[in-house]
Design a protein around this ligand. Sequence first.
Ligand code: NI
Length: 191
Amino acid sequence: MPVLPIVTFNDPVLREKTKPVSENSEKLQTLIDDMFETMYNSHGVGLAAPQVGVELRLFVMDADAVTADLEDEEDLGKIAMINPEILELAGESVRMEEGCLSIPDVRDEVSRAEQVTVKYLDRNFEQQVLKASGWVSRVIQHEYDHLEGKLFIDYLSAFRRRLHRSMLKKIESGTLPVEYPVRPKKTVSSG
Ligand code: NI
């Protein structure tokens, strides 16, 4: 299972609206395996298909690394969500620090609903409904945003974004050293 290069800020593929997965296939199963491999290799807790350059409504997650030591959080292990749909956001708005494998070395606080109810197809194409809170809820909302072409930095104030500007420029130009394989933005040829 190969580790795939992760697309970084601000490749246009991260801004596209993704298409629903239409059918199960060997190719899809391989993609899911590769996405898990890529996520673990970069010590991430979630990875969405656009982050490996695939415009499909699919993400993988495993929040156990952050929930293992937290008493009130359940360890759910590896989850692949195909064609997820957010049915409900509930509870208070909670501010917590987030990062993103596509925006290495940038972290900041984002407010998100404490609870999420999501409907999705698992990798066997069976329909599931999951009600989650805490970290799992946050990861689901962050990864779901990727399928809508949205990044966590979009939630930041102009002031906070300005603080990250030089780092974002470095990522965009491919000059920031990253510990996992990345694919900097494609250069558009003018010819
Ligand atoms: Ni992300």
